[in-house]
Design a protein around this ligand. Sequence first.
Ligand code: HEC
Ligand code: HEC
Length: 277
Amino acid sequence: MRQLSTHRRHPLAGVLVLLLGLIVAGGLYAAAAPGAARADTAEADAELVAEGRELYLTGCSSCHGQNGQGILQRAGGQYGPSLIGVGAAAVDFQVGTGRMPMAQNSQQAPRKEPLYDDAETEALAAFVAAEFGPGPAIPGSEYYDLSGVSEEDISEGRELYLANCSACHNASGIGGALGGGRYAPTLEGVEGVHFAEAMITGPQNMPVFSDEVLTPDDKRHIYASLREIQAEPASGGFDLGGVGPVGEGLAGWVAGIGALVGFAVWIGKHSVRAGKQ
Ligand code: HEC
Ligand code: HEC
């Protein structure tokens, strides 16, 4: 207090106070902005849904049906599952990762450059959630915001990942074959919101991990642990890219155990270091 009032007499004090004010205001705005955007008026919502309907009818209904009821496969025809109750999260995931609209019916829709921009994706999600029955909403930043994540959180996330995810996605997150031409994709470069949506909606062969099974914090820590691995290539012994397309169990199993051992060594090293002084 005393220090502040001494400084206030300095000719630059006014500028400093102004700068501080701007920084604080900017921070407050950044914190409040997503909330403000969410507080849409009912009118804007109706507009968004109407826009989504148009996009849906031209881009999606040929496979998923006019009312989202799904279309069963006909000889040579297009088809898609019912979208009743899938919710905004599934649409944001499928469209946001470029999986939908599916180019042609195949074993599995690959991740690719999205066809729709953010606004269109939001409209599609709003439409499906409003018209095809309620389902999981698009998860908020509490599922993937990495600020303030500690070392402890990351090792907790690592354990949850090894227990729940690595069987399909590989210990290092590079993905793997599942048989029948299907695969669990690499988790590298997946955006935080899509990462959370995959766990919440369980696309294709992936199980749903509800918030009762993995809390939003658990999901955030899993995401953090993968980011950590991917940020330090090779050094931790996690880089198994050289294995190539893993045929089946054995190679994956060996690699998995190897990574586990590597991780154990890593933990050992770190805790010893932490123990000294
Ligand atoms: C060529 C046919 C086709 C088109 C066009 C198409 N889809 Fe799909 N969609 C599918 C098939 C097949 C699946 C299931 C296969 C999969 O999940 O990989 C699917 C799955 C989905 C799912 C996941 C459903 C669930 O149970 O989780 C959503 C959501 C979805 N589509 C939304 C859309 C939206 C929105 C559009 C328009 C932008 C669209 N799709 C366009 C064929 C299509
Ligand atoms: C039984 C196997 C299986 C398990 C277990 C599993 N996944 Fe998946 N996962 C898949 C498959 C298959 C897909 C691809 C779905 C598709 O293409 O529609 C997928 C997709 C994903 C994606 C989307 C990646 C992208 O390319 O956009 C993420 C993120 C993801 N999984 C994370 C996880 C996490 C985290 C866990 C553990 C909590 C987990 N998965 C457990 C099979 C699995």
